[in-house]
Design a protein around this ligand. Structure first.
Ligand code: C6P
Length: 427
């Protein structure tokens, strides 16, 4: 059955090559109700999109519609509502499949978010494949979600977690990566885009090198999927993880893409309803992927909301979004970087979505508080990437992160806010 979700995607296949300025930002902003609210008596300037992005009406409506018109459990009922809810959930999976260009719908596993996706791989693939003395290779710019699950696995298996270092710009040292990967490496887990530095890693090249050693690769795409086109077949990654709430979808839903051969060979993650073929007290047999990894009633409304979000982004054109955000990041880098006392943290040649910085006189948390008073939302802290802070010998950064609805005016407001903080705290 072809759904609205399916058709919308087809309609947007033939977009012209994207340029900054292609998006109608005023019209786009009008689709996000929260952007018109006031914060501390000022218009909201929302620059904390790497933490979570705001939701367009299409997503809010999609979720409301499900609860108002279709609410039922899926895969279980013979009644109409259950059939409709099942179809809507299945359509959302096809939308995700197209969004990342997976070869098969069954390669898309719905999870709670990037964190759960990575834990799933660590607890299934990892526990089956990693033994004493083996190695898991990550990088020095990973989010805690792509460190701790591997650390837990390595502790349990008496395996070794190895870390590819980064340089002062926040770029991965590829020659070190080539030195570290070896006969004991069982998996490479690497972020596509660093949430603390904005670095876009050359994951295609990393995957090719790893595959040359027969090593599979998991890519943490939490900060990539919202910002540019992701094609898992082109990347040739074995696993790809991302969260719905950073791509304009709801919280509590995310995606694990896995090559079917891997998913099929992996043991289940959790046991329960909907993941079994048959159960007796003697033996249980499991369904094929993705059901094998989706025990229990899933977040049905979340999947539908995620489908609506990806349709929304596809409708705008992800390349147009990328071009617009690239322009914002360049502008912000130039303007914030020119403020006396500011040091940018993360100056890689390829960056996306994120501008991290420190100010010599103003602690990031104080700066965050002053900016909040101006209605400007940013994040201050270690961004769940403490090893990155350690690498740069700093406790925290201030981070502005961008989305498709942000404007140059909002960056100007950020610059004014930083200058105000400087006056308050500067010596
Ligand atoms: N980073 C940030 O403010 P979850 O929490 O599962 O949706 O996403 C985890 C995650 C994994 N990888 C990367 C690269 C991430 O940036 C995140 C989430 C947020 O930077 C919250 S800490």
């Amino acid at each position: 059955m072809t759904t609205l979700t399916d058709r919308r995607h087809t309609d947007t296949q033939a977009l012209a090559p994207a340029q900054a300025g292609d998006l109608d930002i005023a019209a786009t902003r009008a689709e996000f109700p929260i952007l018109s609210r006031q914060v501390n008596g000022r218009r909201l300037v929302y620059l904390d999109n790497a933490a979570t992005s705001q939701k367009p009406r299409a997503v809010i409506r999609g979720i409301s519609r499900y609860y108002e018109q279709e609410n039922a459990n899926i895969h279980r009922g013979v009644h109409l509502l259950s059939v409709e809810a099942t179809e809507a959930h299945d359509a959302a999976r096809r939308t995700v499949q197209r969004f990342v260009n997976a070869a098969r719908e069954s390669e898309i596993v719905f999870v709670r978010g990037a964190t759960e996706a990575i834990n799933l791989v660590a607890q299934t693939f990892g526990r089956a494949q990693v033994a004493e003395g083996d190695e898991v290779l990550i990088t020095a710019m990973e989010h805690h979600s792509n460190i701790v699950p591997w650390q837990m696995l390595c502790e349990e298996k008496r395996a070794r977690l190895r870390v590819v270092p980064i340089d002062d710009q926040g770029e991965l040292l590829l020659d070190e990566f080539e030195k570290l990967i070896g006969p004991r490496t069982r998996l490479v887990a690497v972020t596509h885009v660093s949430n603390a530095l904005g670095t876009v890693n050359p994951v295609r090249e990393i995957i090719a090198i790893a595959h040359g050693h027969g090593v599979p690769v998991l890519v943490d795409g939490a900060q990539a999927a919202p910002h540019f086109a992701v094609d898992v077949q082109d990347l040739n990654c074995d696993f790809y993880a991302f969260s719905g709430h950073k791509v304009y979808g709801p919280t509590g839903i995310g995606v694990l893409y896995g090559k079917y051969t891997f998913l099929d060979a992996m043991p289940p993650y959790q046991g329960g309803g909907d993941m079994i073929s048959s159960v007796t007290f003697e033996k249980t047999t499991y369904k094929k992927p993705p059901s094998k990894f989706e025990a229990g009633t899933p977040d049905i409304a979340g999947a539908i909301g995620l489908g609506a979000a990806l349709d929304y982004v596809t409708g705008l054109g992800i390349d147009r979004v990328a071009a617009h955000e690239h322009d914002l990041l360049e502008y912000a880098t130039e303007r914030v970087g020119a403020i006396p006392g500011v040091r940018l943290i993360g100056t890689a040649a390829q960056r996306a979505g994120v501008l991290s910085f420190i100010h010599k006189d103003v602690h990031p948390h104080d700066l965050g508080t002053i900016l909040d008073g101006e209605g400007i939302a940013i994040r201050a802290g270690h961004h769940c990437a403490q090893p990155v802070m350690e690498r740069f010998c700093i406790p925290a950064t201030t981070r502005a992160s961008f989305a498709l609805y942000n404007t140059r005016d909002e960056i100007d407001a950020l610059v004014e806010g930083i200058k105000k903080a400087q006056k308050v705290f500067g010596q």
